[in-house]
Unconditional design. Structure first.
Length: 173
């Protein structure tokens, strides 16, 4: 009888040990999962069109892949959300050498920006904006060039917003 109790206790100990190990592995795995991995892709989506072209051709609710440079204002990022503005790569931004401390605001070419800008908001599977800063989530900054894939949203004034589900960040030149 004593031997049977010992074997039962040993079996419970082994099971508990395995159970604790599984929990530890799951916890470690979950803690190291990077939330950006569900939004950032490793290869550039095909068929990206520049922002200016998209503003002219893309309709509301249409699937779209855009390429643009983060900027358009002194503060192109939306605090607390994975959202920012992008400008058509054909629009030149001001150089620091020209005395512009914030070249991403396109102060030298503002007249070209209004027809070549779009807002990007990263959305989850339910279509809700992701409540995390884009800089941290995507590893981007002002003047980063991105290719975003998502759905177009147009307002009454013709402004373009992309509800993006994927972002490719082009390597810096």
């Amino acid at each position: 009888m004593r031997m049977l109790q010992f074997m039962c206790l040993a079996a419970v100990g082994v099971l508990a040990g395995c159970s604790d190990q599984d929990v530890a592995q799951t916890t470690t795995s979950d803690a190291t999962t990077d939330p950006a991995t569900s939004y950032v892709v490793d290869s550039e989506p095909a068929g990206a069109i520049p922002v200016g072209e998209a503003r002219e051709a893309v309709e509301d609710e249409q699937a779209v892949t855009l390429v643009g440079t983060i900027g358009g204002s002194a503060e192109p990022f939306v605090d607390g959300l994975a959202a920012f503005t992008i400008v058509d790569p054909k629009v030149p931004y001001c150089a620091e050498e020209e005395g512009c401390p914030t070249p991403w605001d396109y102060c030298c070419t503002q007249d070209q920006v209004k027809d070549n800008i779009a807002t990007v908001k990263i959305v989850d599977d339910s279509g809700n904006p992701v409540a995390s800063g884009a800089r941290e989530l995507l590893g981007v900054k002002e003047l980063s060039t991105v290719v975003v894939d998502g759905k177009a949203e147009r307002d009454e004034q013709g402004n373009l917003t992309v509800a993006a589900t994927q972002v490719y960040v082009r390597p810096s030149e």
